[in-house]
Design a protein around this ligand. Structure first.
Ligand code: FAD
Length: 481
């Protein structure tokens, strides 16, 4: 089968874009999150083949072939998403989309059409050189691809002021599971509904090959202010007052002392404060100046203090590098949940209980992604070379997700590891609807199967949340032997 698969795919795209070599396929058996080798006991994470199409037409032909032969297709951008979305669970074709690099600016309509493989930072830099900007992007923008972020989160830098990525996508080109190329526009009501479903579908409904995005002129002024707060309650009360128009900042993030200490431990200079927050404003010079005055006043009221501007400038650059603390691990594990702002202190306290219980080297970082929504990211160091101890630390990520659920929020994406929470997060009615849509758009179940809706082991047996927890807990117990 593999020889035939190789030859068939070579016939479609040429030999230079196909690899069946084991050492290369092994590079595609994981994403950014570290996994113990024991995962191969339940999943076959090494793809049968890796293909890197360089055009939409080639991508379409590969899909058509996979559809006819019922072969799983796992779309992949830069694999920076840590929920297992790009990891095969039982072999198949990994379809790397980083060569889809179209970039075309329409100045008249203030739109840009981009290939799925372009990195977000390249797009932002290109637009800035032309006097434009795109309002939102992920903090992983240096690596993350256009297609990868549309297929997953859609909340990140700029979302606080400009909303979800969805609000700025005006058209998508997708390839459905049978290879059909569809150009969808938000101007058409029924197409707009499909666009809505494709955004965040995690590669399970089709391949995103191009996106047309609404852009705006670059803001006149951008300013970042670093603030020290004594506790999360003071931070929350200031945020509540500034996330209203017209003062709304472009971006707000916060790091606790533990996170700052992890940065210091690897030589990154950081202030010695209980909480370091960064407020970034952009817009017209006069509005930004007014907003900064308002912030100053509010900070003083809660006995916080404005830090020297060099900290703010450094932190704004650092927004792309918040996983640097991994150096101290050498492994980094992270929870990622969203929850209402008024639960921030409660979520922090419960997370710190977990930190204490397991004696973790853990720090907290969070960003505001909507007026009332925090993306909460506690990160803790581990050492995957100490195998069993490392495995015992993995289920803590689930404990953090449960804190988010109890606070009225939930996990930020599903993939493999959070698929068990899907029903709880979206509710029974929506679950029925999206399962029906999956069946309709992907009748042969080849599009990133065994993700999000139902995870299957390589033996064809469904993996339920409690069996997975049991599996990791049993492996973790081996640290005592
Ligand atoms: C340091 C860091 C910061 C991050 N910051 C953010 C953030 O601010 N906001 C946020 O939302 N996420 C963030 N993430 C998570 C992740 O980086 C983003 O979700 C990112 O956009 C994924 O892009 P990617 O190209 O790496 O996708 P991948 O990881 O390659 O893929 C992610 C999922 O999308 C599917 N997929 C990929 N490309 C396509 C395509 N063209 N068509 C269909 N399906 C596809 C894959 O099958 C997989 O299920 C961060 C991650 C890191 C490591």
């Amino acid at each position: 089968m593999t020889d035939k698969l190789f030859l068939d795919l070579v016939n479609i795209v040429g030999e230079s874009k196909v690899s069946d070599k084991l050492y290369e396929r092994m590079l595609y058996d994981h994403d950014i999150a570290p996994l113990p080798p024991e995962i191969s006991l339940i999943f076959n994470t090494i793809p049968d083949i890796v293909v890197k199409p360089s055009s939409v037409e080639e991508t379409s032909k590969i899909l058509k072939y996979a559809y006819e032969n019922k072969i799983p297709v796992i779309p992949r951008g830069a694999s920076t998403w840590g929920f297992g979305g790009t990891i095969p669970t039982n072999g198949g074709i990994v379809l790397e989309l980083t060569e889809l690099k179209k970039l075309s600016l329409d100045v008249e309509n203030q739109t840009v059409t981009v290939g799925a493989g372009i990195r977000w930072k390249s797009l932002i830099d290109y637009l800035e050189n032309c006097g434009y900007t795109f309002n939102v992007y992920p903090s992983s923008a240096i690596s993350a691809t256009i297609g990868g972020w549309i297929a997953t989160g859609g909340l990140g830098i700029g979302s606080l002021k400009h909303g979800h990525l969805k609000e700025h996508v005006i058209g998508l080109q997708i390839i459905t599971s049978n290879g059909e190329i569809k150009n969808l526009s938000n101007d058409n009501q029924s197409e707009s509904k499909i666009i809505d479903e494709i955004i965040g579908s995690e590669g399970t409904l089709g391949i995103i090959t191009e996106a047309t995005l609404q852009i705006i002129a670059s803001p006149e002024k951008t300013i970042s202010i670093a603030v020290s707060f004594n506790d999360f309650n003071s931070l929350t009360s200031v945020i509540e007052k500034v996330v209203v128009e017209p003062v709304k900042p472009y971006f707000i993030e916060a790091q606790d002392k533990d996170y700052l200490d992890l940065k210091k431990a690897i030589g990154i200079e950081s202030p010695d404060v209980p909480i370091l927050a960064l407020f970034v404003y952009n817009g017209s010079t006069s509005q930004v100046e007014k907003d900064v005055k308002t912030l100053n006043k509010l900070v003083l009221e809660v006995k916080g203090s404005i830090l020297p501007s060099e900290f703010a400038e450094k932190e704004w650059i650092e927004r792309f590098y918040y996983m640097r603390i991994r150096k101290g691990g050498p492994t980094l594990l992270a929870g990622e949940i969203t929850h209402p702002l008024n639960k921030l202190e409660e979520v922090v306290n419960e997370t710190r209980i977990i930190k204490k219980k397991h004696n973790l080297r853990m720090g907290i970082k969070c960003i505001m992604v909507a007026e009332d929504t925090v993306m909460f990211m506690p990160m803790y160091l581990a050492d995957e070379r100490k195998r069993w101890k490392f495995v015992s630390l993995l289920p803590i990520v689930n404990d953090i997700t449960n804190i988010g659920l109890n606070a009225g929020g939930g996990p930020y994406g599903f993939g493999i590891w959070n698929s068990f929470f899907l029903g709880k997060v979206i509710g029974d009615q929506k679950l029925v609807e999206i399962k029906a849509l999956k069946k309709k758009m992907d009748p042969n179940n080849i599009m990133n199967p065994s993700k999000k809706y139902k995870v299957m082991t390589k033996f064809g047996i469904p993996l339920w949340g409690f069996t997975f927890k049991l599996f990791t807990s049993v492996l973790g117990l081996l640290k005592y032997f």
